[in-house]
Design a protein around this ligand. Structure first.
Ligand code: ATP
Length: 248
């Protein structure tokens, strides 16, 4: 079946500090309603790819020097991050980044700041988030800085959901979490995808988990896509097994 492509990254090159070439022509497509995984080891360029899409490279002295990025066929390269959120694309940064002094619920509500609709719709979405993350409902009055790493990852995803996105860019959701929690978070991502129709592009070093939950994967090595395919096929690929899944 042919799915509509929402996000298309076409042959982008990214340079940091005018000299450090980090992405050497990366192309990928994110279909509507899919979970697409961007895989690869430390430093392969996953975060850089997501930040190129969100236009968050400037503060790191990085820039896209070649190629193009479009969303629903519209060029998004020079959009402010807030404008991209309005188009329906939101990024959950690596390392979670909660507002530590705000409560869990206040953190979630900060995600709704770009919305023009009323409190009723926002409350309904808050309930939706609590429905998927019951733990956050229990902790809603707690200061976010005192919640666990897993809870903070849930807050970060929940806050992104509060902007009513169509597509969520999720950077390294497994980072620093115990295996059981990683399973739980990926399970929730899968439910959000299947039941609410959210589209995901997730960057992940944990190939094993990502390929069990994603539909399609791209493998990055040193700033290049070296392989891509349906997740089920990548899981059976001998090279992927040997180099990324530790089975040979
Ligand atoms: P990680 O899992 O560590 O985040 P990654 O695949 O997401 O890995 P990136 O963070 O995109 O990789 O980094 C890709 C390369 O770019 C690395 O070699 C990194 O050292 C380099 N890099 C990242 N940010 C900068 C920066 N601000 N200035 C210079 N080089 C950078």
């Amino acid at each position: 079946t042919l799915q509509e492509t929402l996000l298309e990254v076409n042959n982008i090159e990214v340079i940091y500090n005018h000299v450090i070439l980090v992405l050497k022509g990366v192309s990928l497509k994110v279909p509507k309603g899919g979970i697409t995984a961007l895989l690869g080891g430390n430093g392969a360029g996953k975060t850089t790819t997501l930040k190129a899409v969100s236009n968050l490279l400037h503060s790191e002295r990085g820039e896209v020097t070649k190629g193009s990025i479009s969303y629903r066929g519209e060029k998004v390269q020079d959009l402010e991050p807030a404008a991209l959120v309005k188009m329906g694309v939101v990024q959950v940064m690596e390392g979670r980044h909660c507002f530590e002094h705000l409560t869990v619920e206040e953190n979630l509500l900060t995600g709704a700041y770009t919305r023009g609709d009323g409190r009723g719709a926002i409350d309904a979405d808050l309930e939706m988030v609590y429905n998927y993350f019951p733990r956050l409902k229990e902790r809603r009055k707690s200061q976010a800085g005192y919640t666990s790493g897993g809870e903070q990852q849930m807050v970060a995803i929940g806050r992104a959901l509060m902007s009513r996105p169509e597509t969520i860019l999720l950077d390294e959701p497994s980072m620093g979490l115990a295996p059981q929690l990683v399973e739980q978070i990926f399970g929730i991502v899968k439910s959000l995808n299947e039941e609410q129709g959210y589209t995901f592009l997730l960057a992940e070093q944990n190939t094993n988990v990502a390929l069990r939950f994603a539909h399609y994967g791209y493998i990055l090595e040193s700033g290049r896509v070296v392989m891509d395919g349906r997740a089920a096929d990548l899981r059976e690929n001998p090279d992927v097994k040997e180099f990324y899944l530790g089975m040979s």
